[in-house]
Ligand binder design. Structure first.
Ligand SMILES: NC(=O)c1ccc[n+]([C@@H]2O[C@H](COP(=O)([O-])OP(=O)(O)OC[C@H]3O[C@@H](n4cnc5c(N)ncnc54)[C@H](OP(=O)(O)O)[C@@H]3O)[C@@H](O)[C@H]2O)c1
Length: 383
């Protein structure tokens, strides 16, 4: 019998890769739900091809288009936040692949977890904002959270042989270093949107690509790893590895370091989360190490990329601080992508928002959403 999968954010980079994997694994998977924000045309194409039970578009403005473009299919068409939550929790999926970008992924992902669905998690912002709420809900409902982020998928695999968390000396997350690894900081004020969107090793959506250029992506991943693997921040390290062949490592107390390697294609970690604990044939070309030639490593330059320390700081403070960090980052990245602020203002806006924050709310879902709202308003005001 085929496994039923719902894909939140099916029109994005991860969503499209997931649908490619679904087609390669045919007939092992059946798509029961799909969602998008505004891309009705692509969502309709997917509905016609995969004929899910239900599909939802967040923005009501595009609901009539989606309805018209999917006429004649058996799919129920919904819209708005409730529509996304219905796809996550009510489409009959066994596995929900969470690939919405940003904080918008939290509510539908949490709804799926509360229903006891297994989650293939690409939407790291959900874990950063609400790691405690999400992991607590998963423990309660019995939902498994399987990481899709290539680094966390690597760590997950390297941890497979470990008998106790006490044996872990360190989690080492690798980072490509982004497009500005070798650029002198004095040139940073001139960085354009086009420069920052030109990632050296991965093709991804715009928000994560900018996060990779500021290294905030690695900061968010440190917080994600803290919650996913229940590991203190002191035991999570970053190493720059420009080839992006080693996706991350675990160093054990006996000095053994386990690494997971692969080509830079998200179809591999997506497929692993989908077929776990089994493995399917490689969905992409195999890794040719002789062709790669050599692997390099260096320390991250934390002065040039202050977002790394901002993330560690917010993560260690805990509570609603990671939600504030995440929201301020989303706003700053959005403003940079709209050509409203220069690249160098991204860390300043995040840092100023964190400095102004006085946590009045606790780490409940409601408190997190209020902190997120406050940080968005604050980060939008800072010039
Ligand atoms: N891309 C990668 O290689 C990669 C790797 C690791 C982790 N991730 C993580 O995976 C997530 C998705 O990344 P991506 O690169 O696939 O992003 P993306 O290409 O920008 O796609 C985002 C998806 O989310 C939808 N969406 C955007 N804003 C939304 C909102 N406010 N409410 C509901 N849906 C919304 C988009 O719909 P529309 O198309 O209609 O706008 C699209 O389907 C991110 O959290 C990212 O950090 C990505």
């Amino acid at each position: 019998m085929s496994k039923k999968i719902a894909i939140l954010g099916s029109t994005g980079s991860i969503g499209l890769s997931t649908l490619k994997v679904v087609q390669k694994l045919k007939p092992a998977f059946q798509v029961t739900g799909l969602t998008a924000y505004r891309n009705a045309k692509e969502l309709a194409r997917q509905v016609r091809l995969f004929r899910p039970k239900v599909a939802a578009i967040l923005d009501w403005k595009f609901f009539p288009d989606l309805k018209a473009l999917t006429k004649g299919t058996p799919t129920q068409i919904l819209a708005g936040e409730e529509g996304l939550v219905a796809v996550a929790a009510e489409s009959g999926a066994d596995l929900v692949l969470s690939a919405i970008v940003g904080a918008a992924g939290l509510k539908p992902t949490l709804a799926a977890i509360q229903k006891g669905k297994d989650i293939a998690l690409a939407n790291k912002e959900t874990m950063v904002m609400a790691g405690e709420v999400v992991t607590r809900a998963a423990r309660k409902s019995g939902s498994k959270i399987l990481p899709v982020d290539s680094e966390h998928c690597a760590v997950f695999q390297c941890l497979a042989g470990s008998s106790s968390p006490k044996e872990i000396h360190k989690i080492i997350l690798t980072a490509s270093g982004g497009p500005f690894r070798n650029l002198d900081k004095k040139h940073f004020p001139k960085i354009t949107r086009k420069d920052a969107l030109n990632h050296p090793t991965w093709r991804m959506g715009p928000k994560i690509t900018i996060d990779s250029a500021t290294l905030m992506n690695k900061g968010l991943e440190v917080i994600e790893a803290h919650f996913l693997f229940n590991t203190p921040f002191e035991k999570i390290d970053i190493v720059i590895h420009p080839e992006s062949i080693i996706h991350s490592m675990v160093e054990y107390i006996d000095g053994s370091v386990l690494a997971q390697l692969g080509t830079t294609d998200m179809q591999i970690p997506i497929q692993y989360a989908m077929t776990y604990p089994a493995r399917g044939n490689s969905p992409v070309e195999r890794l040719d190490l002789a062709q790669v030639g050599r692997l390099q490593f260096e320390k991250p330059d934390r002065k040039k990329f202050p977002c790394v320390d901002l993330a560690y700081e917010a993560g260690k403070k805990g509570g609603t601080y990671p939600a504030v960090l995440n929201a301020a980052n989303e706003v700053a990245v959005g403003r940079f992508l709209n050509d409203e602020i220069p690249f160098t203002r991204i860390p300043t806006i995040i840092s100023n928002t964190l400095r102004k924050y006085r946590p009045l709310t606790n780490g409940t879902l409601d408190g997190i959403l209020r902190a997120d709202h406050w940080a968005r308003q604050e980060a939008s005001k800072i010039s």
